[in-house]
Design a protein around this ligand. Sequence first.
Ligand SMILES: Cc1cc2nc3c(=O)[nH]c(=O)nc-3n(C[C@H](O)[C@H](O)[C@H](O)COP(=O)(O)OP(=O)(O)OC[C@H]3O[C@@H](n4cnc5c(N)ncnc54)[C@H](O)[C@@H]3O)c2cc1C
Length: 396
Amino acid sequence: MAIEFELTQAQSQIREMIRWFARHEMRPISLQADRDHAIPDDLLLKMKRSGISGGALSKREREEGGQKVGETNRMAVLAVEELAWGDPAAILSVPGPGLGGPPVRFMGTEAQKARFFAIFEEEEMSWGAYALTEPGAGSDVSGIRASCRKEGDQWVINGTKCFITNGARAAWVVCFATVDPSLGRAGHRAFVVERGTPGFRVGRIEEKMGLRASETAELIFENCRVPEENLLGGEDYYTRKEGFVGAMKTFDSTRPMVASMAVGIGRAALEIGQDFFKAHYMTGRPIARYRRIASALAQSQRELDAARLLCWRAAWMADHQMPNAREAAMSKAYAPPVAQRACRRALQLMAASGVTGDLLVEKLFRDVKVYDIFEGTGQIQRIVIAKRLIHNLGRF
Ligand SMILES: Cc1cc2nc3c(=O)[nH]c(=O)nc-3n(C[C@H](O)[C@H](O)[C@H](O)COP(=O)(O)OP(=O)(O)OC[C@H]3O[C@@H](n4cnc5c(N)ncnc54)[C@H](O)[C@@H]3O)c2cc1C
């Protein structure tokens, strides 16, 4: 099958609409939201009302088989690039299930999808969250220690999760726990824990270097009892040893999107650099006359274009139900460092004026770092790629 990158007229129109929204609604609030450590509610409401859904499956999509099909991943990577260009923290705060959506979609029963996605069709804003990381288990998710045990028709969860995006505001959280740590991945179970469930509370809210307007929370589970209907996929799912596969499948769909957000941030920095380049003089000459500076911007452009193509390929494969773990990891390994370099070059070009908090480039420089950390660090992506290379070569 040949990869098709041409956008249909409808897709181009949607991208233009999102681009307009990013420029006129998101950009103007970006710096202040960072200072306030919060995205204004009216922007979030506008995003929800414009159909920017944060990954929810609508009733119609559920009725059509419970999976998003067709060009969904590709449209999503296009959309998130634009939205991250608008504001990298706002895109993480969009009302909707967020990272909690894919495990419900991939692992949940039809009844669970209907039950947990329904709230996102209501007028009010709601969020979901994804809680895998723990103080002792970030990259090595097989080492999670949050425990779960079955008592009658309930599960009892104990443990602490950290760095959970939208964790404090979420109506429900997909929480991964283990029946027995010695079983590694085979012991994992995923539960939907609803806000207000006794024994489930929010701990500290992180103060971060970047993405300050995006909420990152610690979540604490103390003898937290959830009904057996909240075990994603039901018990059969785990006897088929698919628990960890479900968690990882989430990443195959979300990593190209996170990578694409990084491309959006890098593009924003590149454009700021270009504008500065056109308008400023150094020792009486337009900066444009200094070719080595121009070549730094050209390098950013080249790398960002390559990163975007990696994202599009991984998303296109997901849309065509092709295994894309390696390609998803490639996009995620490549795009964030490229975006970081684009931010660094723009900042360097602007020198002293770049480092003041009055200009967006300083915020982008801080925001972009996290994109190389969450959804699996760069090192972990390289391991995923290498494992698949070695496996495919069949030499080991
Ligand atoms: C803003 C933000 C939002 C987040 N949101 C969420 C969320 O919503 N849900 C969630 O579950 N988690 C979330 N996370 C957590 C994130 O996924 C983890 O931080 C990430 O997986 C890395 O884990 P760690 O921080 O524990 O680092 P560690 O795993 O302790 O890694 C430390 C260092 O060692 C390296 N390393 C680890 N193992 C290897 C190896 N085998 N080979 C080579 N190098 C290795 C890592 O790359 C890293 O450089 C978020 C994090 C941040 C910062």
